[in-house]
Design a protein around this ligand. Structure first.
Ligand code: FES
Ligand SMILES: [Fe+2]
Length: 457
């Protein structure tokens, strides 16, 4: 692994300003691939995507193509999707079920447990001298799942997934553990290539309640029937949302430790919120379903999280796995100034068909590649990246001082929980980024202690 290079100094952790080289510079990006994507736990997929033996999906870790497989005996693996002969990808399909992958270049064939099981000309051309046991697929150093979400890391020295997640697990449960059957992903993935640096959407997805009333005023006023009926103008609307605290005064940003960020909109059951996912109507199957299963959620998760699931939450698990109660997403980097965003729709496994179908439609309308809210965000991320590159623009620092020194703690939930709006989550995200960029090994990275056992459930 690389030695320290002090890229971390690009994050001024006293003044909380950022040098925007970090969003466009190629050397910094290469260092990110090694220091962050080469060492952190990254999301590969949900177990429901590889439910049967020999199921597989194609994914990525950083820019490396990766296969998530379930082998013939049922064990889950993460492999570099790379033939060991000359480096061709061994599988070009996005998903499927097959006992083996045959490389399309010269035909080396690998089983779903990674073993090299077929070599054309093994007798006639290799004279049986090739040690096939040494030329299997490259496997991730560690792989583990948390309530169905599968993560892997290339670094054998990385902390366990449990320690890496820390208190974030308590918050992930709001999406994963509402029903006894857990969740599944609806089939398919929505993919989206965007000319922006990966960190802009990641820091936003962790909870940027400051932008919501401005950036999303358009979609909120179009899709929210209450606002539509009020007939308010855009300017009236903006004034109203600020004074009424829509997604602003009621946001609860939490730095969950280890760079992970969560925000609950509507608070931890202390504020009554009627917020529904954009595009979902009142009295819809989903609204009814959530109301019907509220007692079960509270039983499983306690009051604070059980009720909060009925409002809205968003998260980013460092570095690039984000989500909410309507979608999960990976912000795969694709060069310093481009991402490929992959979006899935999680649903309670035991939810009725019409609820799952409504979740699919609401996600596509709102946060799919051409979803109304998605587009509103994308323009911001692209422009921020463009000006970080431009001659004059790149000479100026970026500001992360919102609420600095005025944070109001909320002691009822784990992590550094606050009452928003502020930029505590962005500050903790870039603090972690700076630590990872400078630390020569995991032994020099601070791991926040797990405290969730002291809280409700
Ligand atoms: S590159 Fe795969 S068999 Fe040659
Ligand atoms: Fe947004």
């Amino acid at each position: 692994m690389n030695v320290s290079t002090k890229f971390g100094s690009l994050v001024d952790r006293d003044k909380w300003i950022l040098d925007r080289k970090m969003f466009v510079d190629e050397d910094i990006y290469q260092q990110e691939l090694e220091q962050i994507f080469g060492r952190c736990w990254l999301f590969l997929g949900h177990e429901s995507q590889v439910a049967k033996n020999n199921d597989f999906i194609g994914t990525r870790m950083g820019e490396d193509p990766v296969l998530l497989t379930r082998d013939a005996k049922g064990k889950v693996h993460g492999f570099l999707n790379m033939c060991r002969h000359r480096g061709n990808r061994v599988c070009r399909a996005d998903l499927g079920n097959a006992p083996s992958f045959m490389c399309t270049y010269h035909g080396w064939t690998f089983a779903t447990d990674g073993k090299l099981v077929g070599v054309p000309g093994y007798k006639e051309a290799y004279f049986e001298e090739l040690d096939r046991s040494q030329w299997g697929l490259v496997e991730t150093a560690q792989i583990a799942s948390y309530k169905g979400l599968v993560f892997a890391t290339w670094d054998p020295a990385a902390p366990s997934l449990t320690d890496y997640l820390g208190d974030m697990a308590w918050y992930l449960d709001m999406g994963l553990d509402n029903r006894a059957g857990g969740i599944e992903f609806l089939p398919g993935v929505q993919k989206n290539v965007l000319p922006c640096n990966w960190k802009y959407p990641c820091d936003n997805n962790g909870g940027d309640s400051y932008h919501s009333p401005i950036t999303h005023y358009g979609s909120a006023s179009v899709l929210d029937s209450a606002k539509r009926k009020s007939g308010a103008s855009a300017q009236d609307g903006v004034a109203t949302v600020f004074s009424a605290g829509y997604e602003f005064g009621t946001s609860r940003p939490v730095s969950a430790g280890n760079g992970h960020c969560v925000t609950s909109f509507g608070g931890w059951s202390d504020t009554v919120s009627t917020r529904r996912p954009t595009g979902e109507s009142a009295n819809s199957p989903s609204s009814k379903y959530r109301a019907e299963h509220l007692p079960e959620r509270i039983e499983r998760l306690g009051e604070l999280r059980g009720r909060s699931r009925g409002t809205f939450f968003v998260f980013t698990m460092f570095p690039n796995f984000s989500g909410s109660n309507t979608n999960y997403r990976m912000l795969h980097p694709k060069g310093s100034s481009q991402i490929e965003e992959w979006i899935w729709v999680p649903v309670d496994k035991d939810a009725p068909k019409e609820v799952k179908e409504e979740a699919r439609k609401a996600q596509t309308l709102s946060r799919g590649p051409s979803g109304v809210r998605e587009e509103e965000d994308q323009n911001n991320f692209m422009d921020c990246t463009r000006t970080a590159k431009s001659l004059i623009g790149r000479q100026y620092m970026q500001n992360l001082q919102l609420g600095l020194g005025h944070e109001v703690r909320d002691e009822r939930v784990p992590g550094y929980a606050t009452r928003g709006p502020n930029e505590v989550n962005q500050r903790s995200f870039y603090k972690r980024w700076a630590e990872m960029m400078d630390a020569p090994s995991w032994s020099q990275v601070h791991i926040d202690p797990i405290t969730y056992n002291q809280f409700d459930r």
